[in-house]
Design a protein around this ligand. Structure first.
Ligand SMILES: *Cc1c(COP(=O)(O)O)cnc(C)c1O
Length: 360
């Protein structure tokens, strides 16, 4: 069985975790701060706050911008649900804008959805492919609104040589086990704003700066030192992981090139880190049949995501008449194939041979 994703850990992470366990300082120690400092210099921003997950990072990022009821936030319908939920958590309303051929929000469709209530645009660098941040930031500054980046699938991805997550007011990362780097569960908020990072740090720790003095209503969204210890080791490996993912994607693009009725991912404009290698399966082929055939041949594959967010039950009330044709079409066509760094050359050949069989 070739897995769709697997965390890559060795004795370095084991040693780092054991050291924390033996130190007796499992939480609120120095490693979280050290992880924040290293992550900040990796992304090229000034400040970071580690959190318990990517979801809590997004939640706090939205709160730190002061989003609240009556506000609207432009976002993509084609993502993991946490992206849009982070807007809902604040009481604000997500306004969905359709995606383009690269699966990311289509900047040309944003301005028609802006209203007096629009306070921000929340973009997602889906599958590790950077969004065109020049166009997004131009729209935002023209209309005086903020930008939030969901970079939960895009650690190390770059636009114009600058790392995503650091290209807007506030960026968010996830270190869940399947991401390009992991801490098991975990997240990070990055920003160049001292006010935003201070707000996030307050909110993640029950609104408290001085112990048992609570200034605002907050949460426990802290990261532990065990998670941070893993993250510090993984961060050192991230660039080589990403290079391997990109190489695997290029190899797959070459091996699958001549297969009919499949659209392969393009690797152009920006540094794509291939969190997922996602193809589209076109008619007369049926995506779900191809998926079943691949799985029966021992090739792990996945559908991200089978239901666009505006069609999810939890969004049914606020998205009554919303129609987003490309997101709806792609949710029936996308199929992600393994591209993780542990794949060998023969794994990639086996994947290609299996795709050939499954699409005949
Ligand atoms: C993983 C992910 C999240 C949420 O991160 P968790 O750490 O699982 O909470 C949010 N947005 C996107 C695009 C993701 O892929």
């Amino acid at each position: 069985m070739i897995k769709l994703s697997q965390p890559l850990l060795d004795n370095k992470e084991e040693k780092a975790v054991l050291e924390v366990l033996r130190s007796g300082q499992l939480a609120a120690g120095k490693l979280v701060e050290e992880f924040e400092t290293k992550f900040v210099s990796y992304i090229g921003v000034k400040y970071a706050a580690a959190t318990s997950s990517g979801t809590s990072a997004l939640h706090l990022a939205c709160l730190s911008l002061g989003l609240r009821e009556a506000d609207e936030v432009i976002t993509t319908p084609f993502s993991f649900i946490a992206s849009a939920n982070s807007i809902l958590f604040t009481g604000a309303k997500p306004v969905f804008v359709d995606v383009g051929e690269d699966f990311n929000i289509d900047p040309s469709k944003i301005e028609e959805k802006l209203t007096d209530r629009t306070k921000a645009i929340l973009v997602v660098h889906l599958y590790g492919k950077p969004v065109d941040m020049d166009r997004i930031n131009a729209i935002a500054s023209k209309h005086g609104i903020k930008v939030i980046e969901d970079a939960c699938q895009a650690h190390g991805a770059a636009w114009n040589e600058k790392k995503v997550g650091g290209l807007s007011e506030v960026g968010c990362f996830s270190f869940y086990a399947t991401k390009n780097m992991t801490t098991a569960e975990g997240g990070m908020v990055v920003t160049n704003s001292p006010e935003i990072v201070e707000k996030v740090k307050l909110l993640r720790n029950h609104g408290s700066k001085v112990r048992y003095h609570h200034d605002i209503l907050g949460f426990n969204f802290r990261m532990t030192d065990i998670n941070a210890a893993i993250g510090l080791v993984q961060l050192r490996k991230l660039d080589s992981f990403n290079q391997k993912r990109r190489k695997n994607a290029q190899t797959l693009n070459t091996l699958l090139r001549d297969i009919p009725n499949i659209v392969l991912p393009k690797d152009e404009k920006g540094y794509h880190v291939f969190h997922q290698y996602t193809v589209r399966i076109l008619p007369p082929l049926k995506r779900d049949e191809v998926k079943d055939k691949l799985e029966s041949q021992g090739i792990g594959c996945g559908v991200f995501y089978p239901i666009p967010i505006h069609k999810q039950k939890v969004y049914s009330e606020i998205c009554l008449d919303v129609s987003l044709p490309l997101a709806e079409k792609f949710s029936n066509e996308v199929l992600s194939l393994p591209t993780h760094p542990a794949l060998s050359k023969s794994d990639l050949e086996e994947i290609a041979t299996s795709v050939r069989k499954a699409t005949q």
